[in-house]
Design a protein around this ligand. Structure first.
Ligand code: AMP
Ligand code: MG
Length: 509
């Protein structure tokens, strides 16, 4: 575990909270895009469950300021905030829901840090909004802990994501399948605009708002595209690419999102809205992390095609902008979407080559990888542990008659692994791979620590039962540095215990 002084340096002169620079550009779009609504604080006392000083540094603000709790519990509104709930629509499990919106997340506004970077500050679980439908506007501590830890874990893994600034708890009861404790999560992102933010205006035939929103996204988040000959086409092209890369990242690390509805897809290509997500453990490509997803629509191996479905929803909503002639616009969009699969596959191939420690691309690599994945599936091998241990592979070792290694022990079918190992060794020799060098490279891309469901569950139980947040802090710190060795925390990198197989993660949050 790294020492406190090993953390990223705080800003040279953190600004006190009441001098934060609020620049609420989204609020300037006008009320067609949101509803003004103030957070509803809990009626009972609240306290800080965890605070992410690194995220406070993103805002350039003083992490030690006492005002954070009153701000982030919705008790007092910072001067300069203009709270609002964003409007959007979405395709949920394939079905259009023409009117959604933030039913329990309220954006306080945007803070621009001293470097000029703008961050939207959202309180999730902060009470009813005009879009709450039948919901209570609240979030439970359990799901808040999961989102908080996973967004920071994804950041630690180098995967684009919204960030988490803080978690506030309270003695507020929230009714789900059981009575649970409520909590509020503060989420940060340069923008929370979703594919569904465009869709809502398409289905209402409010094409002028689609243009306003696209211009806004271009100006604030893709300024380099503004001067292209066809800025809206350039925008869609870029979103397609970012989404392809994002999902390639998910597939490579073994992350299943669980609810890839188009309202949970970020226009910036960020991982957004953590619900019943899960990391693959015993490898199974058809892994379904969301126990409410009976058909497996969002199974792990469906994510690439669900990404394309969602991009098609976005492209349709953007059609009025793509070309004066709708048919030509549609033709252009089809061609643009046609590039998605290649972009995803190529990015994924590069990531998996790196996970295997291969420097050069060779024709047989896909077969080699598939051979390993097939073996892992047949042997129920833990995805993260296998790739981490694979860095210990020695080219000569498998060539011997008694290759004993910790890697081989991960397979019941040892001869099967030996046969694959011989292919792998031959492939490594083709590029004169040096064991020690390869090991170092592989350990930088194959995480040792991931947010296993059972690890989150232990932290949740301690927090719920005893208001003990120590486990949250341990995971937070480990997952910030998932590629490093943390010798005192070795057991967090091991196989899940038997009881973990019984954990069910539902949509309810
Ligand atoms: P999700 O499945 O979390 O992406 O949520 C889908 C929609 O339902 C979003 O518009 C949420 O804001 C809304 N929603 C989810 N839970 C609640 C809740 N407890 N109260 C109000 N709205 C909610
Ligand atoms: Mg959502």
């Amino acid at each position: 575990m790294y020492l406190p002084d090993d953390r990223p340096a705080p800003p040279a002169s953190p600004v006190s909270l009441n001098r934060a620079h609020w620049t609420n550009s989204f609020a300037r779009l006008g009320e067609a895009f949101y509803s003004q609504v103030r957070p509803t604080p809990f009626s009972r006392p609240t306290w800080m469950v965890h605070f992410n000083a690194d995220a406070a540094a993103l805002l350039g603000l003083d992490a030690t300021a006492p005002e954070w709790l009153t701000w982030l519990s919705g008790q007092s509104l910072p001067a300069g905030a203009e709270p609002l709930a964003m409007l959007y629509a979405g395709h949920q499990f394939g079905h259009l829901v023409p009117q959604l919106g933030d039913g329990r997340a309220i954006m306080l506004g945007e803070i621009t840090n001293p470097a000029g970077q703008r961050w939207e500050v959202q309180l999730k679980g902060s009470g009813l909004t005009p879009y709450s439908r039948g919901g209570d506007g609240r979030a439970v501590l359990r799901s808040t802990i999961r989102e908080y830890l996973c967004s920071e874990a994804m950041h630690g893994l180098g995967i684009p994501t919204t960030r988490a600034l803080a978690m506030v708890g309270g003695d507020e009861e929230v009714y789900r399948e059981n009575i649970e404790s409520g909590a509020m999560l503060t989420r940060l992102a340069p923008s929370h605009v979703r594919f569904g933010s465009f869709e809502v205006f398409f289905y209402r035939s409010q094409y002028e708002h689609i243009k306003t929103l696209a211009d806004y996204v271009l100006a604030h988040h893709y300024p380099e595209l503004q001067d292209s000959a066809q800025p809206y086409q350039a925008l869609l092209t870029e979103v397609i690419k970012r989404t392809a890369h994002l999902i390639a990242n998910w597939q490579a690390v073994g992350f299943a999102h669980g609810v890839m509805n188009s309202d949970n897809m970020s226009i910036l290509g960020l991982t957004l809205d953590y619900g019943p997500f899960g990391f693959i453990e015993a490898y199974q490509p058809a892994y379904i992390c969301n126990h409410s997803d009976h058909e497996g629509r969002y199974a792990f191996d469906q994510q690439p095609s669900m990404g394309l479905f969602n991009l098609s929803c976005l492209a349709q909503a953007m059609l009025p902008l793509l070309h004066e002639e709708p048919e030509q616009g549609a033709e252009w969009a089809r061609a643009a979407l046609g590039k998605y699969q290649t972009q995803l596959v190529e990015h994924y191939a590069g990531l998996m080559r790196a996970k295997l420690g291969l420097r050069e691309a060779m024709a047989e690599d896909q077969h080699l990888l598939q051979g390993l994945l097939d073996l892992m599936q047949a042997n129920q091998t833990d995805y993260t542990i296998l790739f981490r241990r694979l860095s210990e592979f020695k080219v000569v070792e498998v060539r011997g008659t008694h290759p004993t290694s910790q890697i081989r022990d991960l397979f019941l079918d040892r001869p099967g692994f030996d046969a694959w190992g011989a292919r792998y060794a031959a492939r490594l020799q083709q590029e004169n791979s040096v064991d020690a060098e390869r090991r170092e490279r592989m350990n930088q891309v194959n995480p040792k620590y991931i947010l296993r469901n059972y690890l989150a569950e232990v932290a949740i139980r301690k927090a719920e039962d005893d208001k003990d947040y120590s486990e949250i802090d341990i995971l937070y710190r480990l997952l910030q540095r998932p590629f490093d060795e943390h010798p005192d925390y070795e057991r967090y990198a091991g196989h899940p215990p038997d009881w973990a197989t019984g954990i069910a993660v539902s949509c309810s949050s």
